[in-house]
Design a protein around this ligand. Structure first.
Ligand SMILES: Cc1ncc(COP(=O)(O)O)c(C=O)c1O
Length: 383
């Protein structure tokens, strides 16, 4: 199989990094569940010595996702947080990072509670505002770490504008692309230096694996990530690599239905009298709808809405029947959650207030079920 150089997105998802197994012809990359590899003689082997360092299933996944994101290489880790932790090892004591204020709670916890102990500093700013990003930059700033759209208030950052600004100051741009998926947004096309994913979400897509990956474009970054993957050892297992590879093959198909269901739910909720506000970049009333149209190819399955009060938000979450009350996102089944008491409970209340994450907010990760069934469910839950 030879992937044409001009292959389009869904073809890349199915075929990149996927060669039939040379020993059997198996069309699917096997799960190489081994810890070591036999060497023919001292110093002569097939490129594989020890499975923390190299594993063919993991390598196939890394090639696949590097191609999907339009990068030059990728390294897979045991979780999204392990992948973000690996990126942080590029920093040195005294370095400073500008971070999207509404970043994932676990990322904030890693930066604020762990990495500040090693002489690193972080400024959390609304990266949707270019002047605020510029004001936060210091001589010792090395990275701008962006999430767009943010979870759960769905604020967007202009990736091309921030990349141009950061590069003008010699800084790297890192984008956590978990929420959008590369099907909807490819940050490297807008100038990002590194893209990170929790593969737990859309890339795997079936809520049955935890993992992370970093995609890069620069040789020195890729060399460091390869080194740190082996040095720290927080690798993605062969079985999880295989599961994510199975997931990426249907990424384009799944995202098409996530887009349909996200928009259908957003439009329904926007017209519902019990809902005060809907946050979804695909609605024309979203303040950054134009940027979303420029930067994204579809608006995805993630949306949030204001149920009016904490009590109403809890009531809706407790009353759904088809949707499941759970943390996480990006799977084929629709999940609902109350961010203030679930995914973002570790974010201090004053920071939640500053980013508009109110107690009345409910978040939905629309799956790939029939849109009308999801509307019927949320409709009965809203009463
Ligand atoms: C945007 C984002 N980044 C990173 C992570 C961390 O990923 P993981 O749970 O795989 O460690 C998550 C998890 O929810 C996330 O939503």
């Amino acid at each position: 199989m030879k992937l044409p150089p001009n292959a389009r997105f869904s073809t890349i998802c199915v075929h990149a990094g996927q060669e039939p197994d040379p020993s059997t012809g198996a069309i699917i990359t096997p799960i190489f569940q081994t810890s070591t590899y036999v060497q023919e003689e001292v110093g002569r082997h097939k490129g594989y010595e020890y499975a923390r360092t190299q594993n063919p299933t993991r390598a196939a996944l890394e090639q696949n996702i590097a191609a999907i994101e339009g990068g030059r290489g990728a390294y897979a880790f045991a979780s999204g947080m392990a992948a973000i932790g690996a990126i942080a090892t590029m920093l040195e004591p005294g370095d400073h990072v500008v971070v999207t204020d509404n970043t994932y709670g676990g990322t904030f916890r890693l930066f604020d509670k762990v990495l500040t102990r090693y002489g690193l500093t972080f400024s959390y700013v609304d990266t949707s505002s270019l002047p605020l990003v510029e004001q936060a930059m210091r001589p010792e700033t090395r990275m701008v770490f962006i999430e767009t759209p943010t979870n759960p208030v769905m604020r967007l950052t202009d990736l091309a504008a921030v990349s141009a600004l950061a590069h003008g100051h010699g800084m790297k741009v890192i984008v956590d692309n978990t929420f959008a998926s590369p099907c909807l947004q490819r940050p490297i096309e807008f100038g990002a230096d590194l893209v990170v994913h929790s593969t737990t979400k859309y890339l795997n897509g079936h809520s049955d694996s935890v993992g992370g990956i970093v995609v890069g474009v620069h040789d020195e970054d890729l060399a460091w990530l390869k080194f740190i993957q082996n040095a720290e050892g927080a690798i993605l297992s062969p079985f999880d690599s295989w599961l994510v590879l199975r997931g990426t093959k249907t990424l384009a198909l799944r995202m098409a239905q996530h887009n349909i269901n996200g928009l259908a739910l957003a439009e329904f909720l926007a017209g519902h009298p019990a809902v005060k506000r809907v946050l979804y970049p695909g609605l024309p009333q979203h303040p950054q709808h134009d940027l979303a149209k420029r930067q994204m190819r579809g608006f995805g399955g993630m949306l949030s809405f204001d149920a009016g009060s904490l009590e109403s938000a809890h009531r809706v979450c407790n009353r759904v029947k088809l949707m499941s009350l759970a943390e996480s996102l990006g799977g084929v089944e629709t999940l609902i959650c109350h961010p203030a008491s679930m995914t973002h409970a570790s974010v201090p209340p004053e920071r939640r207030a500053a980013i508009g994450l109110t107690d009345s907010l409910v978040r939905i990760s629309a799956g790939v079920e029939d849109a009308q069934d999801l509307i019927d469910d949320i409709s009965q839950a809203l009463g």
